[in-house]
Structure formats: structure tokens, C-alpha cells
Ligand binder design. Structure first.
Ligand code: ADP
Ligand code: MG
Length: 306
């Protein structure tokens, strides 16, 4: 049995189709990423899977429980850390966690043990007695995730866990999230390609409410690696030199810093030999690695940017 199975899962808001017939199957213990730009339908999908929003079409099961027919059973096995962190800012981390553990019916000793474990796990122990409003964005986010983990969920939903964090805190967060991998099935939404690439076992790329591609990070990259791309960076390229190169390499295209050539065989020395007589100095020349960025552009014709 899969941890999550969705069948034609859809949600419209009046005329707007926010989620448009999503079919997914997520294995137990998998860290599965929904990757897509703002407005793609990620949060709407998460909300339906968490029984916070009713589908207008299709359905899903979570650990075998149908979200439409048995939302109470679903809610017992899941937890969610929403896009907007839900913490009490006037309480400290310890109090926030204890409150949550108390709500889940743990007794006093368990509340203490569980809160302590989660503070350690999310590296908050040192500042557990400070009011949450003094925390950095990253710490608030980690506290929010710790609170979602209190109930020991079988399925954890993390909606944009690094949104609004600076790049350094975002990378720090990846380590914490990586440490959660294991028994818990995790659905992580993000619009950062590197994040999905770094963390996910599999990725569903979604755009305009539809799954446009699905696979492991390397499968997605392999799916578009037609001919390799050679990047030539040179500041003083002239029209004449570009024309000369594009006679040899018709797939050449201009970039901000030079040109890119998509071709099986590009002899680096040959490019240097063509450009040098025209007085052009090459800053760098290299073969480009395929990134998930390329996959996204390839699939949707759009760039995925912050
Ligand atoms: N409650 C709502 N009422 C109307 N439109 C909504 C509502 N929630 C989301 N939408 C719209 O649905 C689309 C998908 O939104 P959302 O799921 O939040 O995308 P994402 O999380 O991928 O950024 C967007 O066009 C958004 O404006
Ligand atoms: Mg969202």
C-alpha cells in the first residue's frame, strides 16, 4: 500500500482551476517533492490532502484512508507545517512544544521527553527558553516543524519550509530536513529547484495545477539531456565572430556573457582557434551540467525563479 495515492485530485475556485486532476502515488518513507512556481497549486494540493479544503473533483487516500470519506482517520496519521508558520510568538520554544504535546494527550513525562527530543532534533535546545518572537526566520521555521512532529505523524507535509529564508539558512535547513528522512513519509513543496534536487527521492513538477513531469532528480535531468551544452564566456564577442561560430555550430545561441552551443561534438580548441585570430579572449569555456532549472524550462517554457 502506498502512503499517498491521489486519483484525479482537483480543486477549482469559481472559474479558476487551481489543481487539475493530479494522479500521484507516494511510497512509505519517501521524501516526495512537489516543485512548481508560485500559483502552481502546491498549497491547494497540500490543504486537500490534509483535509483542510475539500476537493471539487477526484480524491486521495492517506495510509489507506480516504480524505473525503474518513478525514478523522487521515488527521490521526498526518501533520502539517504550513507555509505561514503557526507558532505562538509570545511563548518560548519549550512552551510552544509542550502546549502542542499536551493537546495531543501526552502525559507530563511524555510531554517533557518528546519536547526535549524535538528541540534537540531541530537544534533549538540552546535557546528553548527565549520567546519565539526573538528567533530568526530559520529558527521559527524549525520550531514550526518540531511542532508538526510532536504527534509522531506517519505522513508529514511541509509547505515551502524554507520560504523567506536567506540562502545560508536555507542550506542549514536542508540538513535538518534530511535528518527527518526515514520512516516518516514526507511531502515537501518548494519553488527552489536546488532544494528538491538536494532532498527529494522523487519530484513531481507541477505547473498550472497539473503534473508536468515526475521522477527521481536524475531521471528528470536525463529526460532532457539531448545534446550537451558548451558554454563560451567572452566579453568582447563581435557580430562577426558570432556569425563565424554559428556557421560551424548552427545551434549556437547568445547569452548575457557569451554564447552557448548545443551539440554532441564541440571541440574546445576549435572554438579557441576560431576566435583568437579575431582578437577575442575567452574568459571561460566549459560543458554545462543539466540542472532541474533546465528541466523546468524545457517542460513549461518558463523560467523558475525566486
Ligand atoms: N481560497 C482561494 N480562493 C481563490 N483562489 C485561490 C484560493 N487559494 C488559492 N487560490 C488560487 O489557486 C492557485 C493556486 O494557488 P496555490 O495552491 O496557493 O499555489 P502555490 O502554493 O503553488 O503557490 C492560485 O492561482 C491562487 O491564486
Ligand atoms: Mg503555496
Amino acid at each position: 500500500m502506498s502512503a499517498i495515492q491521489t486519483v484525479g485530485l482537483s480543486r477549482s475556485f469559481d472559474d479558476l482551476v487551481a489543481v487539475d486532476g493530479i494522479d500521484l502515488s507516494v511510497e512509505r518513507g519517501e521524501l516526495f517533492s512537489l516543485l512548481g512556481p508560485n500559483g502552481a497549486g502546491k498549497t491547494t494540493t497540500i490543504k486537500m490532502l490534509c483535509c483542510l479544503l475539500r476537493p471539487t473533483g477526484g480524491t486521495a487516500t492517506i495510509m489507506g484512508h480516504d480524505i473525503r470519506e474518513d478525514p478523522l482517520a487521515v488527521k490521526r496519521v498526518i501533520a502539517v507545517s504550513p507555509q505561514e508558520t503557526a507558532i505562538a510568538e509570545h511563548l518560548d520554544a519549550w512552551e510552544n512544544l509542550s502546549l502542542m504535546a499536551g493537546l495531543h494527550g501526552f502525559d507530563k513525562e511524555e510531554v517533557k521527553r518528546r519536547s526535549g527530543e524535538l528541540l534537540d532534533l531541530m537544534a533549538l535546545t540552546g535557546r528553548a527558553k527565549e520567546r519565539a518572537k526573538k528567533y530568526s526566520g530559520g529558527m521559527k521555521r524549525r520550531l514550526s516543524i518540531a511542532m508538526a512532529l510532536v504527534s509522531n505523524p506517519q505522513v508529514l507535509f511541509l509547505d515551502e519550509p524554507t520560504i523567506g529564508l536567506d540562502p545560508q539558512s536555507r542550506r542549514g535547513m536542508w540538513e535538518h530536513l534530511g535528518a527527518l528522512k526515514g520512516d516518516t513519509t514526507i511531502i515537501l513543496t518548494t519553488h527552489y529547484l536546488e532544494e528538491a534536487d538536494a532532498l527529494a527521492d522523487r519530484i513531481a513538477i507541477i505547473d498550472e495545477g497539473k503534473v508536468v513531469s515526475l521522477g527521481t532528480p536524475s531521471e528528470l535531468k536525463d529526460s532532457i539531456s539531448g545534446a550537451p551544452v558548451t558554454v563560451v564566456e567572452a566579453k568582447n564577442l563581435t557580430e562577426e565572430s558570432i556569425a563565424a561560430l554559428s556557421r560551424k555550430y548552427p545551434t549556437l545561441r547568445r547569452t548575457e556573457s557569451g554564447v552557448e552551443i548545443e551539440a554532441e561534438e564541440v571541440a574546445l580548441y576549435d572554438i579557441e582557434d576560431s576566435l583568437r585570430p579575431m582578437g577575442i579572449t575567452i574568459d571561460s569555456i566549459f560543458r554545462k551540467q543539466v540542472t532541474l532549472d533546465d528541466v523546468f524550462i524545457h517542460l513549461t517554457g518558463k523560467q523558475l525563479r525566486e
